[in-house]
Ligand binder design. Structure first.
Ligand code: NAP
Length: 283
């Protein structure tokens, strides 16, 4: 898509930093959103080598870039360079969105909230629910925080490397005393009633393997797989066969972008347009 509004002396600059970054969908989605609200703004992708991260952050300040998304591998390392981070980003320990507010760089993390918003498509409300998260990596961390902030009753973490899931439980149990957090083996969960099973591992990206066999569980009410390529992982195919309501990771991807847009502009994101743009990119 071409930026159809004229670039002027006042055009505001937004963008994304990552390494690599050329694969990102964000410029097309965010530029479509800026056009929809008639903003004099443009969103670009900047490839920033890890060694150049401090200089890139200084560049945001000196060039008065208005807003930046942060992607792999900079989400954690960017934090000490900012003036302020939201409570959620602080808990997650990673930032994916920066706003330049009169020279002060404020970081937040919209991944977890993007996931929570995507659950409305099921629909599913986490409060008082029993949830199982497969995986204990970066996205599990932001989803765990968001589900606990949304007052889930119990969250069990299942991970190949148990020390990593245990570390999350140890870190977050004191912060979220109202949510029971524990690390579990998958087999021990077969006989409980699970309101939501979330896959945050990369198992299923090959279109072949599944991180869990849903036939082995007594009761799984909803399934969310945050993988979005392929759109139908083996786990989601099985959920469909068993008539379990399920969603893939496209909603999380879309809504984390909507949340970033709203954090920058204080305006409601044009969700339908952003979704259509994303779907066209994935065709
Ligand atoms: P990450 O930090 O590298 O974590 C990967 C997780 O997958 C770890 O828990 C890892 O277990 C587990 N894992 C990897 N290979 C495995 C295997 N063969 N068997 C069992 N477990 C395995 O990655 P991430 O950033 O959290 O991303 C994970 C997935 O989420 C990716 O597929 C990514 O595309 C997707 N994602 C989606 C969105 C979205 O917006 N929808 C956003 C971010 C990420 P160990 O700890 O044992 O290594």
């Amino acid at each position: 898509m071409i930026h159809s509004l004229p670039i002027t002396g006042k055009t505001q600059i937004y963008g994304i930093i990552g390494y690599p970054v050329t694969h990102t969908f964000s410029p097309l989605i965010q530029n479509a959103a800026f056009q929809a609200i008639q903003a004099d703004a443009v969103y670009l992708a900047f490839e920033v080598h890890p060694d150049k991260l401090p200089a890139a952050i200084e560049g945001i300040r000196s060039l008065q870039v208005c807003g930046i998304n942060v992607t792999v591998p900079h989400k954690i390392n960017v934090v000490p360079h900012l003036d302020e981070v939201t409570a959620t980003a602080q808990r997650i320990g990673a930032v994916n969105t920066i706003k330049n507010q009169d020279g002060r760089l404020i970081g937040t993390n919209t991944d977890g909230q993007g996931f929570i918003r995507s659950l409305s498509e099921l629909p599913f409300i986490p409060q008082n629910k029993t949830i199982v998260i497969l995986g204990a990596g970066g996205s599990a961390r932001s989803i765990l925080v968001a589900l606990a902030e949304a007052k889930a009753e119990q969250i069990s973490l299942v991970n190949r490397t148990i020390s990593k899931s245990q570390q999350l439980v140890d870190e977050f149990s004191p912060i979220f005393p109202e949510t029971q957090l524990r690390t579990e083996q998958l087999e021990n969960l077969h006989n409980i009633s699970i309101d939501l099973l979330v896959n945050t591992t990369s198992v299923g990206m090959d279109g072949d393997k599944s991180p869990a066999d849903l036939n082995e569980f007594k009761m799984v009410q909803h399934v969310a797989d945050i993988i979005y390529t392929p759109q139908q992982t083996p786990l989601l195919k099985q959920a469909k066969q068993l008539n379990i309501p399920c969603i893939n990771g496209l909603g999380m991807l879309l809504y984390q972008g909507c949340e970033a847009f709203e954090f920058w502009t204080q305006q409601k994101a044009p969700i339908a347009l952003m979704k259509t743009t994303l779907m066209q990119l994935l065709k």
